[in-house]
Design a protein around this ligand. Sequence first.
Ligand code: T4K
Length: 399
Amino acid sequence: MKRILEDLAGFGGAPAFESPLKVGAPNIGDRRRFSARLDAAFDRGWLSNGGPLVEEFERRVARTAGTPYAMATCNATAALQLVLRAAGLTGEVIVPSLTFAATAHAVSWVGLTPVFCDVDPGTGQIAPDHVESLIGPRTSGILAVHLWGRAAPAERLEAIARRHGLALFFDASHAFACTAAGGRPVGSLGDAEVFSFHSTKFVNAFEGGAITTGSEALARRLGALRNFGLTGENDVSWVGINAKMSEASGAMGLTSLDSVGEFVARNLANYRHYQAWLADVDGIRLIPFDERERNNYQYVIVEVDEERAGVGRDSLRHLLHQENVLAQRYFTPGCHQMAPYRGTAGLPGTEHLSARVLALPTGMGVTQEQVAEICQIIRLVVVNSQAISAREPVEAGAR
Ligand code: T4K
């Protein structure tokens, strides 16, 4: 373990890790099962368009989400677009600014206007009071996000949506196999929810997504819209797109689902290590999970308070990268400060967090010993922050 300033890669030491530790390295599961599933698909000669692997994947996603319907898609971005189209939204949709660009893009891409709301600076979750204050005559829906796999305040949002007659959807890209307050499965909230099964997500299907809903009518429409609007062999009932999931993705998704227990166990063990090792590091706050709920623990997020830590988020990230710890700024900047969306008034909670948060590596590729080493680097940086700001860093390994 690194002990003194000169051990840091930025000050002459060798990088802590030979190969990069990434946020979002894929959770794969048993490769032999994946290969067997793929072989079976080749033998069947059925590779897309609602094959048996995708159908089984959908059944298992629906079971986890506690909904009667799950529609697999080629990714979550397309799934979000489909949901907004299928629900016939018009005008404005309220979305949190602190999210991946895809949430806002999906709204824009279907011709709607995203209206950005703020988040609670303590949790990063959508702020219901601010949502309500933004509702106007053109608002037709709310697209909330379960940011970093922590559930959004669903009950309050549902009450607001009911009160104002709005549709309510959740971008649940980060929150597969989680529950919201009161043990309600993520996937079963609002009018519909959207999961991502991108390679960087908790459950990986190479690229993939799914929409879960309790509404049969919405499910039927979504089923057609993701398949060119087809409702019969030659019947095109709507203007659809091609957003189907392939059997290869279905095979990967099922294989990843088989190992969900293992993934959570590893993520939880890593999270506990981060909690223990960072507890007394001044200015570094681990954003907690609600331990009364089921969590996938996929995103380990710290908030860096520069005044107390003596080091800013971006400097800390740079020093970690030199150690081969590829921490990510999820999400910087808020969408309202991105080129396509500039113009919204300031959002203090979003701006506060987006300048301070850092996602740290976890998942099946990261061990508890490695977590301890990452935390020791963070501690060393904070303890030596004054000396670090006074000294010129040198090339990694130069000592
Ligand atoms: N809503 C939310 C809230 C989201 O976070 C996302 C996606 C979406 C909607 C849309 O979901 P999809 O349409 O993608 O299903 C990545 C992902 O591409 C994206 O899916 C994800 N969120 C976003 C947070 O992260 P980048 O541009 O940051 O990815 P990239 O290539 O920089 O990779 C991130 C890290 O993962 C790197 O350290 C490398 C590592 N990695 C990545 C891949 C693809 C691997 O180790 N192996 C891999 O195969 O967007």
